[in-house]
Design a protein around this ligand. Structure first.
Ligand code: SAH
Length: 275
């Protein structure tokens, strides 16, 4: 712990390794340790199982996780320059940090260490939604996720029916997880500052018995319904059901309703009617 606190400031690590932020990697670094520790604390408890960090960059959040007592951090990073810059932290972490040079989209979190597994990440915004969807499919293997997104994505994650942000991502995320917005982070906290406000959210998978084992039918139904969200459901679901009006009526739903009027539970019941 003392060795981590004694490391050179992140700005020096960045300069020493020529880790200037690259757009291609979606790089916006958080250098304020008060802020990164706040994110790390939101992911507590950190002392059991495996903490998977995606996109550590120069390692601000990684340092914070270790300082907050994470026992086993596995950090997945695509940019070789960042991996090199993180070697010093790896040495100071004395066996509590492992670095994996990989594309997180290709990594199965269950292979990274024992449960309970928590994913903590200041995600690259260009891959944040595909990564989240992937992890929602892998919810059996995850205890918790504390993730930073652009604020608009968190608006969608927590949106209620009949609101403009309610859509596929809201239904999928809320079916699989209990979703909470934790706090916002202004652009000025990052180097370089992004154009948009960021938000940190916690997504905690519900007990397996309370969610679908296979999410694909729910994805198909929500894709069809929200793909044409101005249409009545009897029209937008015509490609999925031979007689959508009969299916909707049988479930007690109005065939003339629109996607945004259905609850998460309604979509799950509809998914149950697919072959
Ligand atoms: N967490 C750090 C860096 C955030 S920037 C901080 O808060 O300061 C996003 C990081 O994700 C960058 O380091 C980028 O190289 C990395 N990254 C981008 N795409 C990735 C992918 N597909 N898999 C793993 N890491 C990725």
């Amino acid at each position: 712990m003392d060795r981590i606190a004694a490391l050179p400031p992140l700005r020096e690590t960045i300069a020493a390794h020529g880790l200037d932020a690259k757009k291609r990697f979606g790089q916006h670094f958080l250098l304020d340790l008060n802020l990164t520790r706040r994110i790390a604390r939101a992911a507590a408890p950190l002392d059991a199982g495996t903490v998977v960090e995606v996109g550590p960059g120069p390692g601000g959040l990684t340092r914070a996780l270790l300082l907050e007592g994470a026992a086993n951090v596995v950090a997945i990073e695509l940019d070789r320059r960042a991996i090199d810059a993180l070697r010093e932290l790896e040495a100071a972490a004395d066996g509590h940090l492992a670095l994996v040079e990989a594309d997180a989209l290709q990594v199965d979190p269950a292979t990274l260490g024992p449960a309970p597994r928590r994913i903590v990440a200041n995600l690259p915004y260009n891959v944040s939604t595909p990564l989240l969807v992937r992890w929602l499919h892998a919810a059996d293997d995850l205890a918790d996720m504390v993730l930073m997104f652009q604020k608009e994505v968190v608006d969608r994650l927590v949106a209620a029916p009949r609101s403009k942000d309610y859509g596929r991502l809201s239904v999928l995320a809320q079916h699989v997880c209990e979703v909470r917005r934790l706090f916002d982070i202004p652009p000025s906290a990052f180097v370089p500052p992004p154009k948009v406000v960021s938000s940190v959210a916690r997504l905690t998978p519900r007990p397996a018995a309370d969610r679908l084992a296979d999410l694909r039918p729910l994805e198909r139904v929500t894709a069809a319904a929200f793909g044409q969200r101005r249409k009545m459901l009897r029209g937008s679901l015509a490609g999925l059901f031979g007689d959508p009006t009969a299916v909707l009526t049988d479930l007690g739903l109005s065939p003339t309703a629109r996607a945004e009027e259905l609850s998460v539970a309604d979509f799950v019941r509809l998914a149950g009617r697919l072959d």
